[in-house]
Structures are given as structure tokens and as C-alpha cells.
Ligand binder design. Structure first.
Ligand code: GCW
Length: 665
């Protein structure tokens, strides 16, 4: 399959003012990653400025510039790991970094200046990333399919073989350019051949892949099958307290790390949606995770253990069991019981990547456990990369959210960066939206989510809007109208998607299994714990203390805020409360009128978005625009379908007419 270079496709600048800086690179120390940084800078300077940027050995190092123009790499231990300080001084640009990855990230920052035709003459920019692990989780299967993949098939696997080729390198370049430093290449649902990834069938290829990643400062991780001792080792049990099982894992990890020395560790989905886990043996998730953690500890490996554990065999008649509570109920009692090389990976919401969910209360509940946030840039519930839905504003809100875990340093960002609880094994992971489509992400605008995820994770001080604009510029160039239009579309896209889909935080209402398109009762009488409980009088799930009690699992004042209909924010009202259709929202509208209005508005907004894009199409590459058109048409078609099904459903249930008398069926 052909592939493009996404935001790393460089465009030649004919009028760049500060070319003289880019004549050469002075380097003293070197290693694998620094060599990558040099090569990347040389490539960009050649392609953007047409200059051969020589590499010159600089024996003097720090502060010893001989004032020849050029870019100086200077090691500086006062700068934190993976950080850099770039500044200009007369004819010189200095990149100071605390380690070799810092140089690589500094170089990509400098390249962005070139890509955006910005002067570097007065550059003085320091960045030290706060979140230690910035990771992608691919749900790629070994047969080449991708679970929830919307951009073609896997570029890692095909017919149960691993592919290591030039695309692997391009992938690593894209990740490194936005500061992503770890990746899990296989699906968390580890079945069939994927169980064998930790056997000699696959070691050579994995080693080759890990060493390409290493050049770009990226650690390879794998998803693991908890039942591997049985399925691979032929044991009769996978009980984490069984000595034979423990020994099997220890020996297995010796073998794995001998063969793939750079491996970062493992991601595990256990006791979740049919996957095996410690519950089978009456053991806890701490027992399971710690067994694996002990086995990888000699190699400084990490065990990333997912908290997506809930009862997926619920009876819809049962109004006591609440899936939203499951993460909290399962993991809060285990706080402090995990070894230090275990990280709990927690989805942002208590349910599953809906367009709007509250932040899971688990983040505010753990005081002695390493934590990692899991978000999803694969647009499973947000338009499947046919609809435009720029998710970085959502992630920005999540990261800024105050959990009230403690008086200070209580935001999600402070927790997962390790600052809140003084931890070092923490991070953020995104379920990846890539595939082997030539543009990597299916919808060209979905690349903004991949780019944006990395940038937001690396750079604590930039906003979703800055990132959107930056992505547009580095991808599509410098036309002002085009930049403003696309940035604006991206920024409005998540609220618009929310308008025409499930209202007021209730979520779901999608077709079962594939999760695309409206189906109000699609999950209403199912076993997945995802109900809206609508009848002729009202809608919503009572999660207050009178209902499932979920609302009061939060720290105060969140618990009180969510617990009461009066104080619960509109956007989450139906998640927390069952209210009548005539209930008046804080906006002053009734619930039913809000539903009608937002659904009509949502479709109109999609139409306006299409018109706006049409106006600037001449500034986009033809291939890009041609790929976009059928997707835009599909977005509009489906937005109308959502509007009409949702409005009709609630009109029929409630019998309440639209005050504006628009067409409802
Ligand atoms: O809700 C589900 C998705 C599954 C996914 C699961 C998970 C990988 O629909 O496809 O499985 O979430 O996060 O484990």
C-alpha cells in the first residue's frame, strides 16, 4: 500500500528570511537518537529551504560557540528528561536538552517553525514534558484486521505475519514528531496467534521493529493474554498465585527480554468482555497484575493493567447494577496493593468513549496507585472517521478536570503526570485511529486527532485550538482563510456531533456491534449495561443516591453537584438523573425542546461546515478534497438520519410538539 507523509510532507519555502541559521549543525555528543535528530533536521532543511545542512563535530560543547552561524546541540543536565530549550543568539540557534530525546523533540519543534514560515531570529522556547508515558494503543489483530479501525487494515500485521518496512519507519517519525514515546501494536483482545507474539515465532520481527522505534525514542509494548500459561504453555491453570504459573511467566519473560531487549512491557485486558483474568481463580486484579510485574521487573518492564472491568451480562430489568460504577467498585478497594511497575489504565469516562460522559470517579479515588488515562482517537462512537470530530477539546477538558482528590494538584493532568502523588510510572494512552489507508486516518481531518493527541500530551501549555491551527498549517500550508476555516471547523466539530446524536450525556442510542448510526433502543434491552430508560413521561438514568448511588462515588463538591438535579450540569443531566420531558434546563429550555432544537441545529451546522469547506477547497490538495467529499456527504446523510430518528422517537414517546413546528415524523 502507498502511504503519504501526513504532516511531515514538507513544502518548499522560497522566501524564508532566516536561512543563514540553517547552514550547519554543530554536535558534540552523539547516540542513536541524536543521530535521528540530526538526520531529521537535515532532511527538513533540505526539503523546506533547499539547503544542505552540514553536520560538524563540535569538540568544545557547551557555551563555546565560535559564533559561526549554525545550530548547536548542547547537552544540559538542568533540563528535564525529554525536554529542550531552543534559543537564538546572534547567528546561532542553540538546542539545549537534558537527554537525547530532548534533542529529537527540540528538532521537530524547530522544524515546525520552518513549516509555518516563522522567524527563528528571536526564538527562545523551553518545554519540559510533564507526562512520562505518552502512548498509542493499537487494536490491530494479527490477521490484519483492526478492531474499531476506520482507516483500512493494519500496517503492522498481515496474514499472521509481522511487517517491518519503510512504513514502520514513517510511522515512528510521525509519532516522534509529536512527542509520542511508547506504542502497543496489538489489540488488547489477545486471541489466537496474538498469544504467540511472546514466542520465538515472532521474536525476530519484533526485535527489528523495536529497534526502529528505538531510533525515534519510542518503546514497543505488547498486549498480553492472561491465559497464556494455558494456551501457550500447556498448563492447566493461569492462577496468579499458583507457583507453576508464576514460574512459567518468569521464565517466559527471561526468554522474551533476551530476544526483544528494548521492550517496554505489556498491556493487559483481564476479566473484561470475555477475556480471561484472575477472577476465574477467585483472585484479585492486584494478584494478577503483581504476578506479571514481578516477572518483568528484572528487565525494568511495566505492566499496564486496564480498569475496563464490568459485568457485560447484565439483565436490562435490573436497575440496581450500574456499569458506570464498575471501575470504581472493582479498583478502589485495591488502592495501594499494586507493585510500583504496575500502572492502572483508566478510560476517561465510566462507560465507554461516548461523545459526552462525566470523568470517571476512579481518578479521584486512588491515592497510592500509578495511573494512566486512556482516551480513544479511533472514532468508534464519534463518527468512525467519516464524520469530522476533533477530540482534542474534549481531552483538554478531561486533563484540566479537578477531581478533588486533595486540596492542591488534583487535576487529571497532575495525576497522570505523577505530580499529584509523586509518581514516575504514569501516562496517557490513546486508542489509535490509524490504518494502512494512504493518508493513515481515513478522513484527512482525523489526522488532527493523532497529531493533537501527541502534542497535547507532550506540551502542557498549548490549547486544543493552538494545536488545531498548528496542524492545519503544517499540513496544508499558509493561506490565512484556509487556516481559519479549517481550524474553526475542527473546533466546532465535537459540539456539532454532540448536537445531532444522543442528547444530554445519555450516550449510546447506536446500532449494536458496529456502533455506527442511530438506534435509540439498540442497546435498551441488551446485556451491556447501557440504558436510557425512556418512557412516555421522561428519560435518563437515576444515578443519584436515590438511584444507583454512582453520583456520590465522587469527591466533594462533585458528589453533591452531580447528585442533585438542580446543580447537575445540563450536558450530563440524563447521565445522572431521570427527568421529565418538560423539566426546564439551566438554559431555560425544556428537555424535549432541547432535544428538538439541537438536532435541527446539528444538521444545519453540518451543512454550513460543508459550504465553508467548499469555499476554501482550492487551497487543499485535490486528492485530499476528493477523499473528503464522500465523507462529508455521508456525515450529512447520517446527521439527518440521527436528527429524524431521535426527534421522531421522542415526539412519539412524549406526544409533545416542537414549539417551532418543524418536520418530525
Ligand atoms: O467497548 C469496547 C469496544 C471494544 C473494545 C473494548 C475495550 C478492544 O467496543 O471493541 O475492545 O471497548 O476497550 O476493551
Amino acid at each position: 500500500m502507498e502511504y503519504e507523509k501526513a504532516w511531515l510532507k514538507y513544502h518548499r519555502l522560497s522566501n524564508y528570511k532566516d536561512c543563514t541559521f540553517f547552514c550547519c549543525i554543530y554536535v558534540r555528543e552523539s547516540d542513536l537518537v541524536i543521530e535521528t535528530a540530526i538526520k531529521e533536521l537535515q532532511l527538513a532543511v533540505k526539503e523546506i529551504l533547499g539547503i544542505d545542512c552540514d553536520r560538524i563535530h563540535n569538540p568544545n560543547g557547551r557555551e563555546e560557540y565560535n559564533m559561526n552561524s549554525g545550530i548547536y546541540f548542547v547537552a544540559d543536565q538542568s533540563i528535564q528528561k525529554e525536554g529542550y530549550h531552543i534559543y537564538a543568539k546572534e547567528q546561532v540557534i542553540v538546542i539545549q536538552a537534558g537527554d537525547s530525546k530532548g534533542f529529537l523533540y527540540g528538532v521537530f519543534e524547530l522544524i515546525r517553525y520552518l513549516q509555518r514560515n516563522q522567524s527563528v531570529r528571536n526564538i527562545d522556547y523551553k518545554m519540559e514534558p510533564d507526562i512520562p508515558y505518552r502512548m498509542l494503543n493499537h487494536w490491530d489483530n494479527l490477521d490484519g484486521s483492526i478492531e474499531r479501525g476506520y482507516a483500512g487494515n493494519s500496517f503492522f500485521f498481515q496474514d499472521n505475519e509481522i511487517m517491518v518496512n519503510e512504513r514502520t519507519r514513517m510511522y515512528a517519525r510521525l509519532l516522534a514528531s509529536v512527542g509520542i514515546n511508547a506504542t502497543v501494536i496489538n489489540n488488547v483482545n489477545v486471541k489466537d496467534c496474538a498469544t504467540d507474539l511472546i514466542s520465538d515465532m515472532y521474536f525476530d520481527k519484533l526485535r527489528a521493529m523495536a529497534s526502529i522505534f528505538k531510533e525515534y525514542g519510542i518503546q514497543l509494548f505488547l498486549s498480553l493474554n492472561f491465559a497464556a500459561p494455558m494456551e501457550l504453555g500447556g498448563l492447566h491453570s493461569a492462577d496468579p498465585l499458583n507457583e507453576e504459573v508464576r514460574t512459567w511467566w518468569k521464565e517466559k519473560m527471561v526468554e522474551v527480554y533476551q530476544n526483544i531487549p528494548n521492550l517496554g512491557g505489556f498491556l493487559i485486558k483481564a476479566d473484561s468482555e470475555g477475556r480471561p483474568g484472575p477472577f476465574t481463580y477467585g483472585r484479585t486484579h492486584a494478584d494478577g497484575a503483581n504476578m506479571l510485574a514481578e516477572a518483568v521487573a528484572p528487565f525494568e518492564g511495566l505492566i499496564i493493567w486496564r480498569c475496563f472491568v464490568y459485568n457485560c451480562q447484565q439483565d436490562w430489568r435490573d436497575k440496581v447494577t450500574d456499569r458506570a460504577r464498575a471501575g470504581y467498585d472493582n479498583f478502589k478497594p485495591l488502592d495501594g496493593k499494586f507493585l510500583d511497575n504496575v500502572i492502572l489504565q483508566i478510560k476517561n469516562g465510566p462507560m465507554d468513549f461516548q461523545v459526552r460522559e462525566p470523568i470517571t470517579p476512579l481518578f479521584g479515588a486512588l491515592h497510592h496507585t500509578n495511573q494512566m488515562l486512556e482516551v480513544q482517537i479511533a472514532q468508534e462512537y464519534t463518527g468512525q472517521q467519516k464524520h469530522i470530530c476533533y477530540l482534542i477539546p474534549m481531552f483538554e477538558q478531561i486533563l484540566q478536570f479537578h477531581t478533588y482528590l486533595q486540596d492542591q494538584k488534583d487535576t487529571i493532568r497532575e495525576i497522570i503526570s505523577g505530580q499529584a502523588l509523586n509518581q514516575k510510572n504514569c501516562g496517557i494512552a490513546a486508542v489509535a485511529n490509524t490504518g494502512n489507508d494512504s493518508n493513515w486516518t481515513g478522513h484527512d481531518l482525523a489526522a488532527a486527532n493523532l497529531y493533537g493527541f501527541g502534542r497535547l500530551a507532550y506540551q502542557k501549555d498549548c490549547t486544543a485550538e493552538d494545536i488545531a491551527r498548528e496542524w492545519v498549517e503544517v499540513t496544508f500550508g499558509s493561506n490565512k482563510e484556509m487556516i481559519t476555516t479549517i481550524t474553526d471547523i475542527l473546533m466546532r466539530s465535537w459540539p456539532i456531533y454532540e448536537q445531532y446524536t444522543a442528547p444530554l450525556g445519555i450516550g449510546w442510542m447506536v446500532n449494536p456491534n458496529h456502533h455506527y448510526g442511530p438506534n435509540v433502543d439498540g442497546y435498551e434491552y441488551d446485556r451491556w449495561g447501557t440504558y436510557h430508560r425512556a418512557d412516555h413521561l421522561g428519560i435518563g438514568v437515576d444515578r443519584s443516591e436515590r438511584g444507583t448511588g454512582y453520583a456520590i462515588t465522587y469527591q466533594e463538591p462533585l458528589a453533591s453537584t452531580y447528585n442533585s438535579v438542580e446543580t447537575c450540569p445540563d450536558e450530563l443531566l440524563l447521565f445522572f438523573h431521570h427527568v421529565s420531558y418538560t423539566h426546564i434546563l439551566k438554559s431555560g429550555k425544556s428537555v424535549i425542546q432541547h432535544i428538538y432544537d439541537t438536532h435541527f441545529d446539528g444538521v444545519e451546522n453540518v451543512e454550513n461546515m460543508m459550504k465553508a469547506l467548499d469555499k476554501i477547497k482550492e487551497y487543499l490538495p485535490l486528492a485530499v478534497y476528493n477523499r473528503m467529499v464522500p465523507r462529508l456527504e455521508e456525515q450529512l446523510r447520517l446527521a439527518k438520519e440521527w436528527r429524524d430518528q431521535i426527534n421522531t422517537y421522542f415526539y412519539r414517546k412524549s406526544g409533545i410538539i416542537d414549539t417551532k413546528n418543524r418536520t418530525i415524523y
